[in-house]
Design a binder for this molecule. Structure first.
Ligand code: SF4
Length: 322
């Protein structure tokens, strides 16, 4: 198993008090899996991404374990996690500029990545071979004139080019686990499709596991073999992507699918989920989705359902399935 999250709790200390975002969170993932984490803003999906990469803000209080490639990263020091960053865990952010150093050229940063890979893998490439590797990688990303691009600074390139530079870095480092947090949101549709295809190639060619964080169920379906739907810091439904899209069970998953433009639209007007996700300071009693759920009944307002194991890979948190 590549990733095993056990009994994970993450809360934030704020001026308004403590907000508990993740409670007794559990998830496991095998090498080569692609799992998408889907939810609206405020569902806790980015906190989960931060916990898996150990990039939570200083105000976060974290307990439990996040075992990546056999090592629990929760108690790790900064220097211990630094040794895992790049070749074991690699993060792609929504704004790709966050992954790069603004005052170093693209070439400098990619050569650094090649040196890290070389040191940790004992491949013994010399500088010339590493430069060839970097140039070939940029070319395989369909970036024109790689030698010229290497001399540029990140801010001199377009958003789509910078995201492909970051993916080139992942290709050079070949991490076991790649976490992509809304990596295509800031890109136009054509570049979006290219980025999805590049991530799929990384998964296919290097058996790289990917956690894809998104608010977009159709994008999740296009890349992952499993989808986890999150709401108010809880897993609401987890299943094979095919099942989630073709046979959704949880009322929240169904509502998210109905909100996807055109394909799942059943009426002339696009469906929307009324209300907004609850604040972590003021979560409703019972099922956390009950104020917005069209199927809610008395029990939903009084008691919170557990996440139960349904058939095969399927998990669901809803009184309709108890
Ligand atoms: S438990 Fe009740 S409120 Fe929650 S999703 Fe199921 S039906 Fe809706």
């Amino acid at each position: 198993m590549l990733l095993e999250i056990k009994n994970l709790n993450v809360s934030y200390k704020t001026v308004n008090g403590i907000s508990n975002v993740l409670n007794n969170f559990e998830l496991s993932m095998d090498a080569g899996d692609i799992i998408s984490i889907v939810g609206e803003s405020g569902s806790g999906k980015s906190t989960l991404g931060g916990a898996i990469t150990k990039l939570l803000p200083p105000s976060a209080i974290e307990t439990g374990s996040v075992i990546v490639d056999g090592k629990d990263i929760v108690p790790m020091s900064e220097s211990e996690i630094t040794n895992m960053r790049g070749t074991t865990i690699f993060m792609i952010f929504q704004n790709p500029l966050n992954s790069l150093n603004p005052v170093k050229t693209v070439g400098y940063q990619l050569m650094e990545a090649a040196r890290v890979r070389n040191d940790r893998s004992n491949e013994n490439l010399d500088e010339e071979a590493m430069e060839r590797l970097v140039i070939d990688t940029l070319r395989s990303m369909r970036l024109p004139d790689p030698e010229k691009i290497m001399k540029r600074y990140p801010h001199e390139l377009s958003g789509g080019q910078v995201q492909r530079i970051v993916i080139s870095m992942a290709l050079i480092l070949r991490p076991k686990l790649l976490i992509a947090d809304e990596p295509t949101t800031a890109l136009d549709v054509t570049i979006q499709a290219q980025v999805i295809n590049l991530l799929k190639e990384l998964n296919r060619d290097y058996k790289m596991s990917i956690i894809f964080i998104t608010h977009d169920l159709s994008l999740a379906y296009s890349i992952s073999n499993r989808i986890m739907v999150m709401y108010a810091g809880r897993i609401m439904e987890l299943n094979d992507s095919e099942e989630i899209i073709k046979n959704p069970k949880h009322p929240y998953t169904i509502a998210l699918l109905l909100s996807v433009p055109t394909k799942y639209k059943t009426e002339t007007k696009l469906y929307y989920i009324s209300g907004s996700p609850p604040s972590f300071f003021n979560l409703p009693a019972g099922c956390k989705f009950n104020p917005r759920c069209e199927k809610a009944f008395d029990k939903c307002r009084e008691m919170e359902p557990d996440l139960i194991v349904s058939k095969g890979n399927s998990r669901i948190r809803c009184w309709l399935y108890e």
